[in-house]
Design a protein around this ligand. Structure first.
Ligand code: ATP
Length: 504
């Protein structure tokens, strides 16, 4: 299987049939001027996505709306950043456009501020740092958002910011100024409201200042009560800075909400501000890789998982490298993002380190890189074979039944586990201390990997992951991957699990 659909048309030829085959549509998450957004399950991986459904007939009725939608599609595809909603693919039928997006589980930042009334300094700073990093990335890629507001800043399951809705955004061209008036007046820079020319990034900076104010104060600096008063206040930059604001934040807001765009702080200057720099997480101190560089960094383990689903290795690598959206790459990126989110250290620093140390312990003389760098298509190197012990079992039953059987088997063998997804678990088995039938930790025991110091020190602890995948042939593939521990014990355990599942 080559990962492309074989149909003609836009975006690799996705059709309505493909949508129904690849996604199970669920509840409505929200709706806007141009679209309805629904929750959906990506069938191959079982992971959740948000699908923005845009009716072509409806958008043609609204002036400029089709252009806005097409612009959003084009721009969102360019951007790959931990704080920007990822666009996985676009499926177009004769009547609708479906944007398959990263699912931001915790909703809009707007509702979160309303719920909390206002955020404490540290939380506000952390969200602001994420927003600035995402906006900075857009600007570096010559994209200006132009409609930044808490309604367009979504939150994922861990309350990390995901910048969304690039419908008003535009691509910057050197030396050219923009004039379009767009965005919500409360967050719009004075030069936008008063129809002046603007270069671009400075209008996003203004909106970030308004957002920072809203995060810390739970209200807007410029409120839309009396319209003429409202415009007058923005024009002259008149707003009230509560005394309760932390001094550093007060200073920063004052330097951002400057009416003259040439005197307004820039993002590099915001980055140097002491209040911004405090508690800045490591991953936000360095610029993320550009999307085309990122495309060359292929995660070998996830690649293998997608290949196990029935896709061709070389085709998949080529598609990733060329940033083509097709069934295989969508599965790859969904799994990759899921893994990022699953790790407690954002950008999986922690997860990666633990995985690599596990692998390196196994192959001390010959560490296996988790990421492979591909320097150019046409000279794709042969990837080294995955050397972790793995076992793939194919089942035809439904995934829930399989997981129930697997859990029963693990329980029977006194294997401890911790769920990290519906069909994914981290497991630990300690034969030396407890024997095959001795130790079981509860399903939701979050200490499984850290608890029991004595046991952790034992040299024969076997740590492994269990993941159930759907393959293209409508089968389910059970994958057992050793993370740490003696290989022979892991094999021993696999044999015991197979016996429990009555496969042996
Ligand atoms: P607008 O009227 O602002 O132009 P729109 O038609 O472009 O809106 P969106 O704002 O993109 O639509 O989405 C509408 C709502 O759907 C959002 O406010 C949000 O609540 C929800 N939503 C959108 N994208 C996602 C996502 N990726 N994850 C979760 N919910 C989402």
């Amino acid at each position: 299987m080559d990962g492309s659909s074989g149909h003609g048309g836009r975006d690799g030829g996705r059709t309505g049939d493909m949508l129904l085959r690849n996604y199970k549509l669920g509840k409505r998450l929200g709706f806007g001027a141009s679209a309805t957004v629904k929750l959906a399950e990506h069938v191959l991986t079982g992971l959740k996505v948000a699908i923005k459904i845009i009716n072509k007939h409806e958008i043609r009725k609204i002036k400029d709306m089709e252009e806005k939608v097409r612009r959003e599609m084009k721009i969102a595809k360019l951007l790959v950043h931990p704080h920007i909603v990822r666009l996985y693919e676009v499926i177009e039928t004769s009547t609708d456009i479906f944007l398959v997006l990263e699912y931001a589980e915790s909703g809009e930042l707007f509702d979160y501020i309303v719920y909390k009334n206002r955020l404490n300094e540290n939380e506000a700073r952390s969200l602001f740092q994420q927003i600035i990093s995402g906006v900075e990335y857009c600007h570096r890629n010559m994209v200006v958002h132009r409609d930044l507001k808490p309604e367009n800043l979504l939150l994922d399951s861990k309350y990390h910011v995901k910048i969304a809705d690039f419908g008003f955004s535009n691509i910057l061209r050197d030396g050219r100024f923009l004039k379009t008036s767009c965005g919500s007046p409360s967050y719009a820079a004075p030069e936008i409201l008063f129809g002046k020319l603007y270069a671009g990034p400075e209008v996003d900076v203004w909106s970030c200042g308004v957002i920072l104010y809203a995060l810390l104060c739970g209200k807007l600096p410029f409120d839309e009560g009396n319209i003429s008063d409202f415009y007058r206040k923005i024009k002259h930059g008149i707003y009230n800075l509560p005394m309760s604001l932390p001094p550093g934040a007060r200073d920063l807001i004052r330097r951002i909400l400057v009416v003259d765009p040439t005197r307004r702080m820039t993002i590099p200057q915001i980055r140097q501000h002491p209040w911004f720099k405090a508690h800045l997480p490591c991953y936000l101190t360095v610029p993320p890789l550009e999307a085309n560089q990122l495309a060359k960094k292929i995660d070998e383990q996830i690649l293998q998982v997608v290949i196990n689903m029935g896709f061709d290795r070389n085709q998949l690598i080529q598609s990733l490298f060329n940033r083509v959206h097709n069934e295989a790459t969508v599965a790859y990126y969904l799994l990759l993002d899921y893994q990022y989110r699953g790790s407690s250290g954002y950008l999986k620093a922690e997860f990666q380190a633990s995985m690599e140390s596990g692998i390196n312990q196994m192959h001390q003389s010959e560490p296996i890189p988790r990421y492979m760098n591909y320097q150019g298509i046409g000279q794709i190197p042969q990837l080294p074979q995955e050397r972790k012990w793995s076992l793939g079992l194919q089942f035809q039953a439904n995934p829930r039944e399989i997981m129930t059987d697997v859990l029963k088997a693990l329980q029977e063998l006194r294997v401890g586990w911790k769920r990290i997804g519906h069909y994914n678990m981290k497991c630990r088995w300690i034969p030396g201390i407890y024997g095959h039938n001795s130790h079981h930790l509860e399903d939701d025991d979050s200490n499984i990997m850290e608890s029991d110091d004595a046991a952790m020190k034992a040299s024969n602890v076997v740590k492994f992951e269990v993941q159930l995948y759907k393959t293209r042939e409508e089968k389910n593939l059970l994958d057992l991957q050793r993370v740490q521990g003696p290989q022979f014990l892991f094999l021993d355990l696999c044999a015991a699990i197979l016996a429990q599942l009555r496969v042996l």
